[in-house]
Write a protein that binds this ligand. Sequence first.
Ligand SMILES: Cc1cc2nc3c(=O)[nH]c(=O)nc-3n(C[C@H](O)[C@H](O)[C@H](O)COP(=O)(O)O)c2cc1C
Length: 377
Amino acid sequence: MSANNLFKPLNVGKIQVANRIIMAPLTRVRANISNAVPTDIMTTYYQQRASVPGTLLITEATFITERAGGYPGVPGIWSKEQVSAWKNVTRAIHKQKSFVFQQLWALGRVAGPDTLHALGYDLVSASSVPDETKRGQSLAPQDVFGSAPRPLKIEEIKEYVKDYVHAAKNAIEAGFDGVEIHSANGYLLQQFLDEHSNLRTDEYGGSVENRARFVLEVVDAIVKTIGAERVGIRLSPYVDNGGMKHGPGTLEQYAYLLKELEIRGLKPGGRLAYIHTVENTFEAKNSIGEPIIIRRPLEFVRNVWSGVWIRTQKFDRKLALEFVDVDDKLLIGFGKPFIANPDLVHRFKEDLPLNDFDFKTFYANGPKGYIDYPFYN
Ligand SMILES: Cc1cc2nc3c(=O)[nH]c(=O)nc-3n(C[C@H](O)[C@H](O)[C@H](O)COP(=O)(O)O)c2cc1C
């Protein structure tokens, strides 16, 4: 393999990207608060980040239905108005000759309970286990987090699967190149995967197979509707967001899930576009006192999954160059660097300096810290 895989094309499902740099999903709460419809500044934001042709963007997490939500300002993909507004976004991205997958989101127990109750819905999860880690940081500060959710009934799980399918169909109608199932970062699907938040004793809990049932049902139902090539999935085996607790069972749980996806991938037309992992990293010092990033090994993913793999979390240009050169089906996702650099791909290509991000405007309203980060030239 040559030393510059980062700027070589790769087939990802039905599309061919021109580089291995992915814009990771980034919640920015700029949608219309009353109806979760994307706003015009969102079109500008995505258009800017699609500026290098052939780049794959993943949208911010988008609610599949109203009751799956509970954070104001997050967009949805369940209504006709939402689909129509998303069309502006996908058109703008495609005009730049880039691509976009929509991330599909259901919150489960980490929703803002008051926001949810005001809409007439309950806080739900796999089991009645609250997230005890929320310490007042949220998109909806009026909500009191940490209350116990209600376990979903089996018929409600089936309804959720239908909601995912409806959202995926809408995403395709809105012009997206595919969808990414958000099964990471402590949200509803991961609440079923984690043995600490899922204490069910029916067919959705109690064993590795049962804990993976909901997410695999979602995958299969969406694949049946829009085709595997248009479906990706995000997983975060070792991330503790939303009170997720990895432990000795984590490896077995995720190896099982990945094996099931790989088995499907070996059948004609059954290969998902990609698996996307969020990694667990922490900072340390090396033997001569320089700061380094320790990355929890996720090599087991490659041992099981032979398709396209996106890895995200604390990568920089140098690391990305190194990683993609030893794995020819690897893409690297960037979150915060893409917030601050609308032309990140161009800057990486030319090895130009990056803008710094301003975390105060990550979840603010309006254009500031959103569409006003400068391009290099
Ligand atoms: C402001 C912000 C919003 C995020 N929103 C989402 C999201 O909607 N869906 C998701 O899966 N991850 C989300 N993430 C996580 C990012 O996709 C990414 O994994 C994380 O920023 C680590 O990558 P980085 O080190 O390149 O920033 C968010 C991160 C940030 C900073």
